[in-house]
Design a protein. Structure first.
Length: 157
């Protein structure tokens, strides 16, 4: 007489495979939830002069609001702040650009000598008009309308 017996090893394998799948599903659900406010780290300081680590979500300063003080922006250079490239190509002239490189969305660095550079693939941009100088980017930087009100640089759009 033959008995149908399941090997104990097969039960253990099924149990371990099921637990592994359940653990992976739980981990993914915990990491991918929409309400992650309790786990979100504090935002980084607003002003940055170095390269950004990843893609930009787009400029975050609201239209009609002050984005920087004129004294913060060096002549012939600029700053990267809140997803914006704020520049002063010549004394007294201020411009805003979306700081995300059109190639891959990485934030450009604060410009030096009239040139902003994307740290990801070395695309270069002229800060006087945002135009492409060199690199793999398909276009120049997108200009954002702005005005100066006293010592405040204001975003208009």
């Amino acid at each position: 007489m033959t008995e149908d017996r399941v090997q104990p090893c097969a039960h253990r394998r099924a149990l371990l495979a099921g637990l592994g799948g359940l653990s992976a599903a739980t981990l993914l659900a915990a990491c991918g939830g929409k309400d992650a406010t309790a786990q979100t780290p504090a935002p980084a300081p607003a002003q940055s002069s170095g390269p950004a680590a990843g893609p930009s979500a787009g400029p975050s300063a609201a239209a009609g609001g002050s984005v920087a003080d004129t004294g913060q922006v060096p002549v012939g250079g600029g700053i990267v702040q809140n997803g914006l490239l704020i520049v002063q190509p010549v004394s007294g002239t201020f411009k805003l650009f979306d700081a995300a490189c059109p190639h891959k969305g990485v934030l450009v660095t604060a410009p030096q000598n009239g040139v902003a550079v994307c740290p990801a693939h070395a695309s270069k941009f002229n800060i006087a008009d945002g135009s492409k100088i060199d690199g793999p980017t398909p276009t120049g930087l997108k200009e954002i309308k702005s005005k100066v009100d006293g010592t405040k640089i204001m975003r208009l759009e």
